[in-house]
Design a binder for this molecule. Structure first.
Ligand code: FES
Ligand code: FES
Length: 164
């Protein structure tokens, strides 16, 4: 067993787990943070995406030994007590998800993008979502939502919905 201590959604968390435990398993099984999803478990689908030290990562590919002392943000850390994050609000407003399985990973990838690039183009949004597979939607409404959230975060008005 190895001991690991890291910051998750602003809170210091520790656990003692087998060394082959992934960050995804640590979050889900030890900390009961089940927003990040177990999809492929091999780095292909992005359902497990979380932010580690400002960068989006596939948490199914990171071992606990790689996250000691690091800062992790999961979908559970996005909203505050009273308000959803603009990305969450706009995904809901635009009906950007269907089954929702990919949603936490997509929204976290979008959050990492907007933290780095507050006014991304459609192409840049498509690139940022390149590792997030969605089997239900055509991504169009996700892109509308991410653009809308970027407007809110920049203090601008959200443009009218273009997609059906
Ligand atoms: S579950 Fe991690 S990339 Fe698919
Ligand atoms: S909404 Fe179903 S996988 Fe994306």
């Amino acid at each position: 067993m190895v001991n690991v201590t890291l910051k998750v959604n602003g809170e210091t968390r520790s656990a003692s787990v087998p060394p082959e435990t992934t960050l995804l398993r640590l979050l889900r099984d030890q900390f009961n943070l089940t927003g990040a999803k177990l999809g492929c478990d091999v780095g292909d689908c992005g359902a497990c995406t979380v932010i580690v030290d400002s960068k989006p990562v596939n948490s199914c590919l990171m071992l606990v030994g790689q996250v000691e002392g690091r800062e992790v943000l999961t979908i559970e850390g996005l909203a505050n007590a009273d308000h959803l994050h603009p990305l969450q609000k706009l995904f809901e407003h635009f009906g950007s998800l269907q089954c929702g399985f990919c949603g936490p990973g997509v929204i976290i990838s979008a959050k990492a993008l907007l933290d780095e690039n507050p006014d991304p183009s459609t192409e840049e949004i498509r690139d940022a979502l390149g590792g997030n597979l969605c089997r239900c939607t055509g991504y169009t409404k996700m892109i509308e939502a991410i653009k809308g959230a970027s407007c809110i975060l920049r203090g601008e008005e959200v443009p009218a919905v273009k997609s059906a």
